[in-house]
Design a protein around this ligand. Structure first.
Ligand code: NAP
Length: 311
């Protein structure tokens, strides 16, 4: 019998339980899946999310894998009590959700939709005819599971696409860059910058006053990555001065974003409440089951987090 502890939220338990149980059965795994075990030392696997009930993992001394239900692992990878291997969530439900969010908002920025939506009666803005996709450059900061899925679709739609990652990459459909010189090129050339980086010590405040000043005047930002990737004060100044024309922000240093935060009042900011890509029980459960199956079979576990890089 394999003991699996659900350490996610209560709400998600009701969504995940049937899919996980069905998945374990299909995989031929004899699993006791529960929200509590009397003795933490009995637990073989932890299904974890940072908004769940657990913060001290030290008693789970026999856990073979902590499987996160979140793609972003900054809140657990820095947890000093985590000594067990950690896998993050990579699943096509997340990628599809993120792709929809990014494509929708890139199109919104590209077509200047908000300007037409806020036109006064009779304000006939015919001089704002949108450019063609090929004349707009979209730069992706982060080319991982999510950034790559989004960048490929944006490139397919005809946008001039650039991507930036930590390590050198090559993709057939768009130009990939890395290193500081690569970042400077994306900042200089992109009309729309999409941030899909994990939050690490290297990426925190990546878009600070200096980086924002190097962007094209009037460029825009879409951030479904993590709030602290952006220095908020610097972005607010850049949005006020027109250096940055528009921002669509899904993630924030404090969530929910407090009602008195300046972003709520800014006409050129769209706040969305961390909804870009939700972990969906049906697809994410398959990833959890597959990783436990692999671990039990002695096969390599998928999507292991590298503690040194922090993602
Ligand atoms: P991932 O597969 O780990 O990809 C991360 C990407 O960022 C990789 O391309 C990586 O480069 C790059 N990167 C990391 N550190 C870097 C650095 N210092 N300089 C340059 N590039 C760097 O992550 P993912 O699954 O695509 O997810 C990305 C993030 O999206 C998550 O960490 C999470 O914060 C966020 N997210 C948000 C939502 C939402 O609803 N808003 C939902 C899910 C996830 P390499 O390719 O060289 O490793």
């Amino acid at each position: 019998m394999i003991n699996v502890l659900w350490a996610g939220t209560e709400r998600n338990w009701s969504l995940f339980e049937p899919d996980l149980k069905a998945g374990f059965q299909r995989a031929g795994l004899d699993v006791d899946l529960r929200t509590a075990f009397a003795d933490p030392a009995q637990v073989d696997y932890l299904i974890f999310s940072p908004d769940g009930p657990l913060s001290d993992l030290s008693a789970f001394e026999n856990v073979k894998l902590v499987q996160s239900t979140w793609a972003g692992v900054e809140a657990i990878v820095t947890n000093k009590t985590l000594t067990q291997p950690l896998a993050r969530m990579v699943d096509h439900g997340l990628s599809e959700g993120m792709r929809d969010y990014v494509v929708g908002n890139v199109m919104r920025h590209h077509l200047n939709t908000d300007r037409f939506a806020t036109a006064k009666p009779g304000e006939w803005l015919s001089d704002l005819c949108p450019p063609l996709a090929r004349d707009t450059t979209v730069g992706f900061l982060g080319l991982g599971a999510l950034g790559l899925a989004c960048a490929n679709t944006i490139a397919y739609l005809g946008f001039n696409t650039l991507g930036w990652s930590r390590r050198e990459k090559s993709v057939a459909t768009f130009q990939c860059l890395h290193g500081d010189a690569g970042l400077q090129q994306v900042l200089k050339q992109a009309d729309i910058v999409v941030t899909l980086l994990p939050l690490t010590t290297d990426t925190e405040n990546l878009l600070n006053a200096d980086a924002l000043s190097k962007m094209k005047r009037g460029a825009s930002i879409i951030n479904p990555g993590r709030g602290p990737l952006i220095d908020d004060d610097a972005l607010i100044s850049a949005l006020k001065s027109g250096q940055i024309s528009q921002a669509t922000l899904d993630v924030f240093r404090t969530e929910p974003l407090p009602a008195d935060h300046p972003y709520w009042q800014m006409p050129n900011v769209l706040v969305t409440p961390h909804v870009a890509a939700d972990t969906r029980a049906k697809t994410a459960s398959q990833v959890v089951v597959e990783n436990i199956r692999r671990s039990e079979a002695g096969d390599p576990v998928l999507y292991l987090v590298d503690r040194t890089s922090g993602y």
